[in-house]
Write a protein that binds this ligand. Structure first.
Ligand code: NSP
Length: 229
C-alpha cells in the first residue's frame, strides 16, 4: 500500500499526497488560461458566455450524478454524516440552476438553444458512467470532491488578492470562490480521505485514475470556451 504507507508516515491524507504528486496537473486545471484571463481582466466576453451556456448543461447532468453519490452513501457509507453533506450538495444545485438561468438571461443567452459541445458531451458521459451501481462509493466521492475542488480553487483565484476581475463577472467567481463553498469542498475531501484511508489497493488505484481523468476533462472543458475568441 504505497500511498497509504506514505500518508501514515507523515500523517497526511491520501488526497494531499496526490495533490503533491500531481501538482502540475492540478494547477493545469485550476490555473487555466481562461481563469487567468478572468483574473487579469483580459477575458473575451464571448468565451465567458460560451462557458456559461455549456456549464448550465453540465450542471443539469451533474444533478443526477450527485444524487447517485447520495444513494451510494446511503448503501455503502460507514458514517451517517456523509449523507447530510451530500444532501446539502443536491439541495444547493437547485439554487445553482436558477442562478444559471438568471445569469444567462442577463447576457442574452437563450438556454433552450444551447447545443452541447464535444468536450461537454464527453464529460457528461463520464458522469453518467460514474452513476453505475458497479462504481464504488469511494471512487464516486473522490470524483465528486475533485469536480467541486477544481471550481473552488479556480474561481477563488479570480477574487483573490490583486485580481482585476471585471465587476460583471465577480458574482460568478463568488459563487464558487466563497468561503462557504470552500468549507463544503473540505467536507467532501474529508469524506473522500476517510474512505481512501481504508480502501483496498485496487480501489485506491481506481480512485487515483479517476482523480486524473477529472483533471483532464476539466481542462478540456475550459479549452472548449477558450476557442471562442
Ligand atoms: C465543468 C464543471 N466542473 C465543476 C463544476 C462545479 N460544480 C461545474 N459547474 N462545471
Amino acid at each position: 500500500m504505497e500511498e497509504q504507507a506514505k500518508c501514515e508516515e507523515k500523517k497526511i491524507g491520501v488526497i494531499e499526497t496526490w495533490l503533491r504528486k500531481h501538482r502540475l496537473l492540478f494547477q493545469g486545471a485550476t490555473r487555466h488560461p481562461l481563469i487567468l484571463s478572468i483574473r487579469d481582466g483580459s477575458i473575451n466576453i464571448a468565451s465567458f458566455k460560451s462557458w456559461l451556456a455549456q456549464d448550465y448543461l453540465f450542471v443539469r447532468a451533474f444533478v443526477p450524478f450527485v444524487a447517485s453519490v447520495l444513494i451510494k452513501a446511503w448503501k455503502e457509507s460507514d458514517e451517517s454524516g456523509d449523507m447530510e453533506v451530500i444532501l446539502g450538495g443536491v439541495a444547493s444545485l437547485e439554487d445553482e440552476l436558477s442562478w444559471f438561468k438568471r445569469e444567462s438571461s442577463k447576457w442574452g443567452i437563450s438556454l433552450s438553444e444551447v447545443v452541447p459541445q464535444q468536450a461537454n458531451k464527453k464529460y457528461c458521459g463520464l458522469l453518467e458512467s460514474l452513476m453505475s451501481p458497479d462504481v464504488e462509493y469511494t471512487v464516486a466521492i473522490t470524483a465528486f470532491w475533485v469536480i467541486e475542488a477544481v471550481y473552488q480553487e479556480s474561481f477563488a483565484h479570480c477574487i483573490g488578492e490583486g485580481s482585476k476581475t471585471p465587476q460583471e463577472l465577480k458574482e460568478t467567481c463568488e459563487r464558487w470562490g466563497n468561503e462557504a463553498f470552500a468549507k463544503y469542498c473540505q467536507s467532501l475531501q474529508n469524506i473522500a480521505n476517510r474512505r481512501l484511508q481504508n480502501a483496498s489497493d485496487e480501489e485506491l488505484k481506481k480512485a487515483e485514475v479517476m482523480f486524473l481523468n477529472v483533471l483532464e476533462y476539466e481542462v478540456d472543458f475550459w479549452n472548449m470556451s477558450r476557442g471562442n475568441v
